[in-house]
Design a protein around this ligand. Structure first.
Ligand SMILES: [Fe+2]
Ligand SMILES: [Fe+2]
Length: 366
């Protein structure tokens, strides 16, 4: 059961590859995870190990240079004329949507979400060797809905002993600091910073995917010599760029009084969500290796170079494979899977573990 494993894994040591440089970090002073990520030897090349195809980009979005050249143009008719050359046949609204969206991205004309204070502080505590239970109690006690989630989890059938727990410090001890950090991040993902009218269903499905990817990345982490705790955190936030883009999309739609069709939203995600997500994670002061892993989760060649990046890349792929049989049956042909010496049987075993642990997660009602 994955929460229990998380609890048990508190004392497990991470492994490093001896084929590169290990970037060490101390998680805490109690003998917990001590190694973050390591660089890897590039995989063997050759006909039997072809390089991954380069990502296909929708050229209809403006480049940074185009936005810089047009930034002082205010006449929408003129803007539409210029941009429509990039997307022949597109209507005026789509053309302007592409312009304003690209402009917001490149000129930073949007508000970056603020991570709930409880999440930021728990993240800091998790990296502070001197942090004590009382510090967690103080932080979580200041966030009523997180507090309720932690106490409810401690009282769930999964963790509860005969007597119920009402105090926060008892709840934290019962479920373990690792679970507390994990639940805090889930809580942040579900907080109101990611709520945009009209996109509720999409946001729900992205959040569910993020949680599956986090669990998958954490399970596959030991197999690619990565630290499960960092794989989990990176997995939770790997697609945060999409969530932030949804709020930018909402603003542009409001400006144009026009609703972007799903295919255009998907194209926007494909073009911008990775770099956007990395920016957001840096803004939240996530450790550098986590930001990098978020930034490489669709780039097989780059992801294969580091242990943590491999875990997050594969976590995302495995999460998609959980709902896509075709993808599931071809996982072993993936570049990063092959670079990590994971065959179809290994990956099916990982998938079975993910499925089991997702069920366990659902049973505690979080
Ligand atoms: Fe993604
Ligand atoms: Fe994803």
């Amino acid at each position: 059961m994955f929460l229990r494993k998380w609890f048990q894994s508190k004392s497990s040591n991470a492994q490093t590859s001896d084929a590169g440089t290990a970037h060490l970090k101390q998680r805490d002073g109690s003998g917990e995870d001590t190694v973050a990520t390591a660089t890897m030897e590039p995989p063997a090349e050759g006909d039997s190990f072809p390089e991954p195809p380069a990502p296909v980009r929708d050229e209809g979005w403006c480049t940074r240079e185009e936005i810089a050249a047009l930034r002082h143009v205010r006449d929408e008719k003129q803007l539409a004329q210029v941009i429509s050359r990039k997307v022949p046949g597109a209507g005026r609204e789509e053309v302007l949507f592409r312009y304003y969206l690209s402009r917001a991205v490149y000129l930073g004309e949007f508000e970056l979400p603020v991570l709930p204070r409880s999440a930021t502080e728990v993240l800091q505590l998790s990296r502070n060797p001197a942090a004590e239970i009382d510090d967690y109690v103080r932080v979580i006690g200041g966030d009523p809905s997180l507090l309720r989630g932690i106490v409810d989890t401690a009282n769930s059938p999964f963790f509860a002993s005969l007597s119920g727990t009402t105090s926060l410090d008892q709840a934290i001890v019962r479920i373990g600091l690792r679970q507390v950090e994990q639940l805090t991040m889930f809580h942040a993902m579900r907080s109101k910073i990611f709520r945009v009218p009209g996109y509720e269903a999409l946001i729900r499905s992205l959040t569910a995917h993020a949680i599956t990817a986090a669990v998958a990345a954490q399970i596959v982490a030991p197999k690619v010599l990565a630290l499960p705790a960092d794989a989990f955190l990176s997995g939770v936030f790997h697609d945060v760029g999409k969530l932030v883009l949804i709020s930018v999309i909402g603003n542009v739609q409001k400006r144009l009084h026009w609703q972007a069709p799903p295919a255009l939203v998907a194209s926007c995600f494909e073009t911008y969500h990775v770099s956007f997500g990395e920016v957001v994670c840096r803004h939240w002061n996530f450790p550098a290796q986590i930001c990098e892993a978020v930034g490489s989760h669709h780039d097989a060649k780059r992801a294969a170079e580091k242990t943590l990046d491999r875990a997050v890349y594969l976590g995302n792929l495995l999460a998609h494979a959980m709902v896509d049989e075709d993808l599931s049956s071809t996982l072993a042909s993936d570049y990063v899977a092959r670079a990590s010496n994971l065959d179809q049987a290994d990956l099916e075993q990982v998938q079975a573990e993910i499925e089991k642990e997702m069920q366990a997660y659902e049973t505690i009602g979080s």
